[in-house]
Ligand binder design. Structure first.
Ligand SMILES: [Zn+2]
Length: 389
């Protein structure tokens, strides 16, 4: 992923010495299993077996911290580095989202399982990553042993995102509501990842350089999760979520393809983030209100003049743009966290979550983004459902 070509150092909100060899803490544990068969059947998702990974089964030695309790001595390109990176990414995503959710999450485990398993390198998963009750496990991009998915923060964040959403919203309903629930979870796990990667200064800097500050464009952030569509050969989904409305993905519903069906929701949420960001740019007087008004989904591709104007403003104060994006990311994450906490499994998930975003905004900002949220979702064919009659 661009902006992540080099390993990034991750600082966790844990005191030195609290992360033991593994790495492992009270909740998460890396198990570098060898010759492991996937827990679930790749095609059907059926469980073949389940965590806990038995003590007698082959595995690499747990990776030890250095004398100061850190893991930053591990060398890239080694299995030990993969193990450290997987733990760091998963723990970091949990840290970030527990901050916005303002609560400690309990990850669901199997019977007799003490800790949630992170399994960094599973060859037999192929070009894939997978999660289920009590675990996440990772294959390799292009099945290339030098490209472990466990070292890709976006991939780890998406998989951990599934577990965060399960803990916050609840299980998939067993009826006709299941499909849209699952489509929402796929989109929402991508949003968990988007917020997480925007907490890395290098990603923010890269994103703004790439777009010259104009986020209504095709860029590293708008493309989060795109490659996941390739895993199951859904190539048409690679056009990403830019212009997708719910009616455009009706065929996905018939085919039971909940990844593609979630794209309009993801696109609407991304537009909300961009609108919040532009409103912070206006408030900081980095762009004019007029420029923000002209910038929008409709002019994302056209508008060379608009792009030039953004670029000119960006060059004057790149740091200001970065601060605005960080602030917007925080606002956006708080809205999502609150909306998800209000959401329970049930029918019409998209409309309900959109409505909960409007309600969250009323509580958190007095309704500053009400119009923005309603419009972004309406443009995708999702009508925010109000809880007020
Ligand atoms: Zn997923």
């Amino acid at each position: 992923m661009r902006g992540f070509e080099q390993p990034r150092l991750v600082r966790l909100a844990a005191r030195p010495g609290t992360i033991a060899a593994g790495p492992r803490d009270g909740r998460l544990q890396v198990i570098d299993a060898l010759h492991k068969a996937p827990y679930r059947d790749l095609a059907s998702g059926e469980y073949i077996w389940r965590p806990p990974y038995p003590r007698g089964k082959p595995r690499r030695r747990p990776v030890r911290p250095n004398a100061q309790g850190h893991f930053d001595h591990l060398r890239p390109g080694t299995p030990a580095f993969s193990a450290g990176a997987t733990f760091a990414a998963a723990a970091c995503v949990l840290d970030i989202w527990e901050h916005y959710l303002d609560r400690r999450l309990r990850l669901r485990l199997n019977q007799r399982q003490r800790r949630f398993e992170l399994i960094p390198r599973v060859r037999r998963l192929g070009d894939n990553a997978y999660s289920g009750v009590g675990y996440v496990e990772f294959g390799f991009a292009g099945e290339d042993p030098r490209q472990p998915y466990c070292e890709n923060l976006d991939v780890v964040a998406h998989e951990v995102g599934h577990h965060i959403l399960r803990a916050v919203i609840g299980p998939t309903p067993a009826d006709a509501a299941a499909f849209e629930h699952q489509a929402h979870v796929e989109a929402a796990a991508d949003l968990v990842s988007l917020v997480a990667i925007l907490h890395f200064d290098r990603v923010v800097a890269h994103l703004l350089e790439e777009t010259r500050g104009k986020l209504y464009s095709r860029n590293v952030a708008s493309r989060v999760g795109e490659f996941r569509s390739e895993w199951s050969g859904r190539l048409e989904a690679r056009t990403a979520f830019h212009d997708k409305r719910l009616e455009d993905v009706a065929a996905a519903r018939r085919k039971g393809d909940f990844h593609t069906y979630g794209r309009p929701f993801l696109g609407a949420a991304y537009d909300v983030l961009v609108e919040i960001y532009e409103s912070h740019l206006v408030r900081r007087e980095l762009i004019t209100r007029r420029l923000a008004r002209r910038s929008g989904r409709a002019t994302a591709r056209s508008g060379r003049a608009l792009r030039r104007e953004f670029a000119a403003r960006y060059r004057l104060n790149p740091d200001g743009f970065a601060d605005a994006l960080r602030e917007a990311t925080g606002d956006f994450a708080r809205l999502l966290a609150r909306a998800w906490q209000q959401t329970r499994p049930g029918p019409d998930t998209f409309a309900r979550v959109a409505g909960h975003l409007v309600a969250a905004d009323r509580r958190l900002t007095g309704g500053r983004y009400r119009r923005v949220i309603r419009q972004a979702f309406a443009q995708r064919g999702i009508v925010a459902r109000s809880r007020r009659p």
